[in-house]
Design a protein around this ligand. Structure first.
Ligand SMILES: NC(=O)C1=CN([C@@H]2O[C@H](COP(=O)(O)OP(=O)(O)OC[C@H]3O[C@@H](n4cnc5c(N)ncnc54)[C@H](OP(=O)(O)O)[C@@H]3O)[C@@H](O)[C@H]2O)C=CC1
Ligand SMILES: CC(=O)[C@@H](O)[C@H](O)COP(=O)(O)O
Ligand SMILES: [Mn+2]
Length: 382
């Protein structure tokens, strides 16, 4: 049976790798819709290759330009957030791959879930900001959310056997490019250095998050929502080789680990093939070539973002949305060389400190808190 797919964020790292998977199994997929932020050159290329009936571009000016460029094709070009939402709820689409970066994914994800779609979710910021809303809507509408994030795909697969008797989820972290650095060294690191992840080639925002350990903090909150497990039962283990992507520990002392080469096409393929497994010709794990696999505790003194995320998650309500928004702005400022690396956690902590938490927030509360946090970080950074 052909799976009908829409990809939001098709021009990004996850989006392009999703299309690689689709290329490999082209007889199994039909691409009905694509969406990107600003990169209309690539979106045009993708549209000419996959011939979706609808594409969307977040930036309205770029959308108008793409409309002109694609004038010879029978394709509708939508724009803005509403364009992304329209694609997410398209009646013919069965699987929505949510691969945009940032909380901008929240509304389209809610649309897809409310329309009862299967969502292959890479975009972790959505669950951080709006996890309770998204999971509640998924339960009510019977929508399936399949994790694409490597750690969560790993846990999902570890849990295929036993969902009872879990003692903890063990999320592995590479430790990023600055593992072992002192505070003094961290003060001087540059965006260029932070963008050199030891094991993964990813978009810029998530790569900086990996360097600060905020990525792992966001993933802790993501795991809390995907697997309905308390924060006390989610532990982060630094494993610099990124071979074990996460583990589940059980009350009888058993630990089930998921391993693979660090290649995002594998969890992307699994989310698209689930509940089946499909053969591919990519490099497989060679145990005799693995020199060592090691583990250590995260250094939360030098990398406070991980603790800030646990704090925000435990406080709950609108606080995780504030953590996420503050982080998105702070990362942007760091990438623009406007603040130093250690300013990222400082700005997030101060912004969280100013926030009046709203418990059991609705969508409006979450979006307002997100906006308020963005303004606050900009003011604090001046
Ligand atoms: N890359 C990876 O290996 C992994 C990524 N993830 C998660 O997946 C998501 C995507 O990451 P990644 O692919 O690395 O990111 P990229 O930066 O490579 O790509 C982001 C995608 O989102 C689009 N986009 C960015 N901003 C907006 C916006 N404001 N509105 C609409 N679209 C926008 C971009 O469009 P354009 O480029 O056209 O402007 C692009 O298509 C993130 O949430 C990340 O945390 C999770 C695990 C691994
Ligand atoms: C590939 C993936 O899922 C990323 O989230 C990755 O895990 C980032 O690496 P860190 O472990 O350094 O955060
Ligand atoms: Mn991950």
């Amino acid at each position: 049976m052909i799976k009908k797919v829409a990809i939001l964020g098709s021009t990004g790292s996850i989006g392009q790798q999703t299309l690689e998977v689709i290329d490999l199994f082209s007889e199994k997929f039909q691409v009905l819709a694509l969406a990107g932020g600003r990169n209309i050159e690539l979106l045009e290329e993708q549209t000419r290759k996959y011939r979706p009936g609808i594409v969307a571009v977040m930036d309205p000016e770029r959308a108008r330009e793409l409309r002109l460029r694609l004038g010879d094709l029978p394709v509708k070009v939508l724009e803005g957030l509403e364009g992304l939402c329209e694609i997410a709820r398209l009646s013919q689409v069965e699987i929505v791959v949510m691969a945009v970066s940032g909380v901008v994914g929240l509304l389209p994800t809610l649309e897809a879930v409310n329309a009862g779609k299967t969502v292959a979710l890479a975009n972790k910021e959505t669950l951080v900001a709006g996890g309770s809303l998204v999971m509640r809507a998924a339960r009510e509408k019977g929508a399936i959310i399949l994790p694409v994030d490597s750690e969560h795909s790993a846990i999902f697969q570890c849990l295929l056997r036993d969902r009872e008797g879990i003692s903890s989820l063990l999320l592995t972290a590479s430790g990023g490019p600055f593992r072992g650095y002192t505070k003094e060294q961290l003060r001087r690191v540059t965006p260029r250095e932070a963008l050199r992840h030891p094991n993964w080639e990813m978009g810029r925002k998530i790569t900086i998050d990996s360097a600060t350990l905020m990525n792992k903090g966001l993933e802790v909150i993501e795991a809390r929502w995907l697997f309905d497990v308390d924060y006390d039962k989610i532990q982060v283990v630094v494993h610099p080789q990124s071979i074990i992507h996460s583990m589940v520990s059980y009350i009888d002392g058993s630990v089930i680990a998921y391993m693979s080469v660090p290649d995002m096409r594998i969890p992307i393929q699994y989310a698209l093939s689930w509940p089946e497994r499909w053969n591919n010709n990519w490099p497989k794990l060679d145990f005799f070539a693995l020199r060592e696999i090691t583990f250590e505790e995260p250094n939360v003194k030098n990398f406070p973002c991980l603790d800030l995320a646990y704090q925000a998650g435990r406080i709950g309500g609108t606080m995780p949305a504030v953590l996420n928004a503050a982080n998105e702005v702070a990362v942007k400022l760091f990438l623009q060389n406007k603040i130093g690396f250690l300013e990222i956690p400082r700005l997030i902590e101060e912004t969280m400190g100013h926030h009046q938490v709203i418990s059991n927030p609705d969508l409006g509360d979450i979006l307002e808190s997100d906006q308020e946090a963005r303004q606050r970080v900009k003011a604090l950074a001046k």
